[in-house]
Design a protein around this ligand. Sequence first.
Ligand code: SF4
Length: 287
Amino acid sequence: MVSIKIATHTGFCSGVKRAVQLVQQSLSTHKGSVYSLGPVIHNHRVMEILKHNKLRIVSSIDNIKPGATLILPSHGSSHLTEFKASQKRLRLVNTMCPYVSLVQKICAKLNRDGLQVLIVGDRAHPEIKALLDIVPTARVITRMKEVRANIFSGKRIGIISQTTQSRRFFIDVVNSILKKNQKVSEVHIFNTICLDTSRRQEEVKELAGLVDVLLVIGSKSSANTKRLLVIGQAINKNSYLVESERSRFPAVIKKARRVGVISGASTPSWLVEKVVEKLKKYGGNKK
Ligand code: SF4
């Protein structure tokens, strides 16, 4: 009999929950003319449902008819998008998480105060692209090897992180920057990793050490889900990302006595439940 241990922090975070509710409200109010530029959140199953409910996903504002509703994503969007949308008289529904919005304000303030802004995050992620849109001179560190000596021309710097960044990586980058750039005299560090992300990262560490197999539920496109997986794998090599109950489960589950389940912030609770239901068919017993 397998015992299944479910993490406390599973299901949507507050920001994603709010975003999905706003989209659903828009779809019921403005039938047939609600658009999104790419996915509103990074979860395939949720996006499938929203598309089924007539959310139209397009890659460019040029494909949206004037006067329609445009959903702006939970991870932020560029000013250029908002400018183009206003020119087309689109009705905007901004689902940006309040915490992402706060980080944008911190980033802008550091720049206004004359500091060289440095962002620890994935430069290809829409959240970081939106920050670069606000402060184009900001530097982004995605990998540790990008931290070099004399990376800054100025002596005053401000450091922030992507909201879903790994805490360990953020601390390591900050330490390395300070070590290699000794001429820097003033440093403002804002730990802008959101509380929900920090809690899940702490919990996955604990859970990974308690079980034979760890399942991280979420889409491969979700940055925070992938980070949970990396943290879990560092402690327990039998850690796997499972997108949903439709996915093939790792064969090691058949031999496991304890299976841990945690989810990314963009994975709904009902999807976690479906995975747990499937686990029970392996003889699983929820704890
Ligand atoms: S992970 Fe954090 S920052 Fe991102 S949407 Fe959720 S609460 Fe907001």
